[in-house]
Write a protein that binds this ligand. Sequence first.
Ligand SMILES: *Cc1c(COP(=O)(O)O)cnc(C)c1O
Length: 416
Amino acid sequence: MIMQYDSSREFAEKMDSSDPLRGFRDRFYIPKNKDGKDVIYFAGNSLGLQPKTVRSYVEQELVDWEKMGVEGHMHAKHPWLPYHEFLTESTAALVGAQNEEVVNMNSLTVNLHLMLVSFYRPQKQRFKIILEANAFPSDHYAVQSHLRYHGFDPAGGLIEMKPREGEDVIRTEDILARIEAEGDSIALIMFAGVNYYTGQAFEMGKITEAAHAKGIVAGFDLAHAAGNLQLELHKWDVDFAVWCSYKYLNAGPGAIAGAYVNRRHLLDMTIPKFWGWWGQDKATRFLMHHDFQPIPTVESWQLSNPPILQLAALRASLDIFAEAKMENLRAKSELLTGYLEFLLESRSNITIISPKNKLERGCQLSLRAEKDGKQLHTRLNEAGVICDWREPDVIRAAPVPLYNTFTDVWQFVNML
Ligand SMILES: *Cc1c(COP(=O)(O)O)cnc(C)c1O
């Protein structure tokens, strides 16, 4: 369907009143500006808003802890021992995985390290890691540290993909050509699902296929993709993935993170893994012996018993995703971000550096503000817009389909 947008405010209001997901905005607390009105919150790519149900989900665990103490592990309304399992189905649906392939644990960078321990297994001739030159710093640090740990110099061990001269995003064909040309020296591909800076969504299926054809492991950091794109990790045959849950997944600052391992690897005992008691077979975990028998799912990567209050907050949020369904959210997201693009192009002279092709982007558009960009960002902020500024010259605006409206987008561009 080609949407005929128009730049009147009435159009935005009409889109909102016919939006089948419009009721979901009320499930979230929207921060207020200094006049007590809802802000225009376009920072869900940085920290998602709080679902109103989070408080009761967390409160339930506080009450059970208050009333039962240690017995809550077995007898809480939602017993703590298997608590993470209550999130498995909704997590799997969200990222297009099978149940045994996903778990919520730790934080994003920790999970990335755990996956690198298992899936970065360099050999003498095949040791390089390919990633985006402008990948998020934590991802760069993580892969550099693993190169060093294995005795390689990051200067020679990293292949950093850049856009072509004069372009802002990396062409898929260039990634595939690089894999084809240098594949024999590459041990691992570690790309983002969506680049945090440009908003580019990488074609994970194609990249994985090209990697596998060359015997390369393919892993993705889905920090900006989970809860944003419709993911099909299992179908794409991705080897591993990690993500955080405080951005599009709305589970709160420092929320517990997620991990995916393709089922093909789950029973492979030759894969190195760091062990902890929460990865131990559930039937024998409390026998407290020292013979590690891993759970036959991705749960065997768990180290510790998880933070229940964090899981409760995430469960509240995932229940909303399960109800709204990612395919519906994505359909609205394409319309909403397309509308932002339309208005920016017809009413401003700002350059959009995110891809034009909607299959290569999610919610976020990155706007290049060459002159006085930082000042522009500050003025938007004073006018009641929360979006973010990334050095050297980019304003990131992410209209989120769960709680943003077409009227938010209209007002944003009008102020701009
Ligand atoms: C947000 C983000 C992180 C943050 O890492 P934490 O371990 O959650 O602090 C890392 N990588 C990417 C790509 C991100 O977007």
